[in-house]
Write a protein that binds this ligand. Structure first.
Ligand SMILES: [Mn+2]
Length: 253
């Protein structure tokens, strides 16, 4: 008899569902592409109009800012033109977390600016390459400028972002979770940054984890996780997962 090496994926609940009567939309990493968000919002409205679900929820998985050229505009769009008739949940991404840290501590500045933050400060009208008077610390200057130019409602939005959200058998989080650790003992560092240990894990996490943060060409629709960061800032493909009952489908910009 052949010995099975099957991973314990078979232990997963056969048909994970979202709450009855709800349709849940999850949007991956936007990274300063307000143009793509606008297109995707339109497609979500069309899709929702064709469904009977009474409760509509949209979960944004974080990383609204950095890399793309329109970070400020993405936050404006989320605040000023929310999807009508939807409950909106905004999760925290590691890029927003880095911006918030930089506002309090200049040490967080250089790595954040290098990994896409320069595009964000530019979208707030700050020239990252500006010539400074001799002796002036460019990072200190940048921090002061960002504190001055970040609209209070943007700061309030960023500070209000959540780490996790649950809908039925699905858990939504920016990067993933540390396998084997209960949800109430997960560290924010892992929820915002984890990659390999989570991406390669095939264990049942209790809920199907819907996440962004790690780029793949196509959505990764696995038994224990669904990855929907399709690298919109460079690929022009912003991805949305649609969950209703036990059905999963995808929309793209
Ligand atoms: Mn990320």
């Amino acid at each position: 008899m052949k010995v099975s090496n099957a991973m314990p994926e078979t232990a997963l609940k056969r048909d994970p569902i979202v709450p009855p009567g709800s349709c849940v939309y999850a949007i991956g990493d936007i990274h300063g592409r307000a143009d793509l968000l606008e297109i995707l919002h339109r497609k979500i409205c069309e899709d929702a109009a064709s469904r009977r679900a009474k409760r509509r929820v949209v979960v944004y998985l974080g990383d609204y800012i950095d890399r793309g050229s329109s970070s400020r505009q993405v936050i404006d769009l989320l605040l000023d033109r929310p999807l009508p008739g939807f409950e909106a949940i905004h999760l925290l991404g590691n890029h927003e977390d880095s911006l918030l840290r930089f506002l309090d501590d200049t040490v967080a500045g250089p790595p954040w600016l290098f990994y896409g933050g320069e595009a964000t400060v530019a979208s707030y009208g700050i020239n990252p390459a500006a010539q400074l008077p001799a002796g002036e610390d460019p990072i200190l200057r940048m921090q002061a400028e960002l504190r001055r130019r970040l609209p209070p409602r943007h700061l309030e939005f960023l500070k209000g972002l959540k780490l996790m959200h649950v809908e039925g058998d699905y858990l939504f989080v920016h990067a993933g979770i540390r396998p084997g650790v209960p949800l109430d003992r997960q560290k924010p560092e892992d929820l915002l940054w984890i990659r390999r240990e989570f991406l390669t894990s095939t264990i049942d996490h209790g809920r199907v984890v819907v996440h962004g943060h790690s780029i793949s060409t196509w959505p990764e629709n696995r038994a224990n996780r669904i990855g929907i960061d399709t690298g919109a800032f460079a690929s022009d493909r912003l991805t949305c997962l649609v969950l209703e009952g036990k059905a999963r489908s995808f929309l793209q910009s």
